[in-house]
Design a protein around this ligand. Structure first.
Ligand code: CIR
Length: 253
């Protein structure tokens, strides 16, 4: 069960952040509404939410997941692969000091974004992407192995981040889209298969008794219900415009 979640209010500078999508400019008011609904949904899942104030200096910093990876026992401060985001790690470390006494660090030339890390019980999958390089992934693997975890490094073909296309739903079950549908590293899992048209909904998060999914993906909702999983749906349009999904917006532990 998760007890704590850290989120960060998006600042006005969000609209100038990084994106590869052509979905248009985010609407700041709508963005704030969507973020507030995200916080409410987390509270409904029974977690204590720590909400950090916006920082205009880092337009993408609402995506707190990329600057750290958290486990029950320790936190890993990452070395985010995008230059404009790298300084986000300092604020996150300061906040995590309230919760953790044990820290590990990804260091240059290694880079790693938390969006490239998927945890399944005592095992991690680490994607090599535009943001996470082989050195960063290997450092991560070495760190978690010293802590009694194991890790598999997965070379991404198309996805932006590993968790853009995959989520762990508990009970040996994953939601998988695109290159992960038939990926050998995930062949042993039960799969909720997400077709290309619904790919955005593969980035969903299981928080205690609920799975939070983006709104507008009835087929995904139905498939999850078929496995006995109760969903909360959230409008995510303004985050999607900047390549963000549900997992990116929080650190859960
Ligand atoms: C970025 O390009 O870094 C942000 N606009 C989106 C980050 C999304 N984070 C994630 O998938 N973990």
């Amino acid at each position: 069960m998760y007890k704590n979640v850290i989120v960060k209010t998006p600042g006005k500078s969000y609209v100038n952040g990084l994106t590869t999508s052509d979905l248009g400019t985010p609407d700041y008011e709508r963005l704030l509404e969507q973020h507030a609904a995200y916080v409410e949904a987390l509270k409904a899942c029974g977690v204590e939410v720590t909400q950090l104030p916006e920082s205009e200096e880092y337009p993408d910093s609402t995506f707190v997941e990329d600057a750290a990876v958290v486990t029950p026992e320790f936190a890993i401060i990452t070395n985010p692969g995008a230059e404009s985001r790298n300084g986000e790690k300092e604020e996150i470390e300061a906040v995590l000091k309230k919760f953790y006494s044990k820290f590990h660090y990804i260091t240059s030339p290694g880079t790693l974004d938390g969006g490239d890390v998927l945890q399944v019980d005592k095992h991690f999958y680490v994607g090599i992407s535009e943001r996470t390089n082989r050195e960063g992934a290997q450092q991560f693997k070495n760190i978690v192995e010293t802590e009694g975890y194991t890790a598999t490094i997965v070379e991404l073909q198309e996805f932006f981040h590993l968790k853009t296309g995959i989520a762990y739903l508990g009970n040996h079950t994953i939601a998988a889209a695109g290159e992960f549908l038939n990926h050998p590293d995930f062949s042993d899992y039960e799969k909720v298969e997400i077709p290309d048209a619904d790919e955005y909904s593969a980035n969903c998060i299981k928080v205690n008794d609920y799975v939070i999914i983006p709104k507008g993906f009835d087929d995904t909702k139905r498939k999850l219900a078929g496995r006995g999983l109760e969903t909360i749906e959230l409008e995510m349009s303004e985050f999607q415009k900047h390549d963000g999904g549900l997992s990116c917006l929080s650190l859960r532990f």
